[in-house]
Design a protein around this ligand. Sequence first.
Ligand SMILES: [Mg+2]
Length: 365
Amino acid sequence: MKIIGAETILVSVPFEAGGIPPWSFGGDPKCAFDTLFVRLETDSGLVGWGEAFSRNEDTALKSLIDTRVLPLVVGREAAEIARIKFDLEFELQNFGRVGPIVYGISAVDTALWDIRGKACGEPLVNLLGGPFAGELEVYASLLRYGNVDDVVRITRQAVERGYRYIKLHEITMPEIAAACEAAGGDAVVMLDTNCPWSVEEALRYDAELAPLGLYWLEEPVWPPENYRGLARVRATGRHRIAAGENAGSLYDFVAMVDAGAIDIAQPDVAKTGGVTELLKIAAFCDAASIEYVPHCALFGPGQVATLHLNAAHRSTPMLERLYCDFEAELYGGATLPVDGRLKVPQGPGLGLEPDPAVIERYRVA
Ligand SMILES: [Mg+2]
């Protein structure tokens, strides 16, 4: 079964988040999230879908994947997932081991697993060893609102929608404390700060945050690869430290663990090498006694793949989902949590196909 076609499709769907426009990601803040699909087609007629991390209608990223990654995939044998991934990484090693090239390789890998599952007539989770759970807890990963009123209102809304775990992205004490109080005993709260602080600043926050009883503290230190800095914060023992969404491969997690930087590893299937790499990272985490909770700020095939991966791991990690309501659903609502939980699709491969009408309407490139 040969790959005869490979293309990217960049979609950007507007959402309602109940607050001010969130992160800018280096562009104009916008209430819309990208899904950058990689679509692989085989000579048997099977089609596989993967996802590369993207923000702000990233046509440059799309072009990079189109021109550097996908030409190396066409003509290959679709069953050779690990070999294709290795060849892409080896041939493109000079263009980055973290970032856009790896995002493209991640998407190809996930699409190949989708094809594999469809060829076998089995859901992806079965190919990964089978499920430990048929549905997963989902945590509401709130956006950053930067004011007490919005974060309190939206925290309550998430609780009322049935979420039992909520992650904040606030970076100032009044908002963090107010949200924790608003969650009350109804939801467990995590804090993700996205690398804002020096080690000294992070240590001050680490002490100040301690009475709030956060479930974990995520990426408190700049830059993301400052593993020694993270280790210094972790050494206080006041918080369990989570990180890894900015890693490129298994080896970054080995370095984090060697540094004593993390309690919780958060690889992202659309940034860290796809399904194949996450399986390696999961096995490493098990052996190193590190908790494995994949990062997922995705809404396309990456989110669906993460569902399968999480269900196939013995700890059945919670699925992360950014808390926003989209104008249109890529999967007709099948990826919308109900009462804070989401079922693992049972169809072959990823088990869900994106809605062509939604793709057509929101396609930007
Ligand atoms: Mg994060």
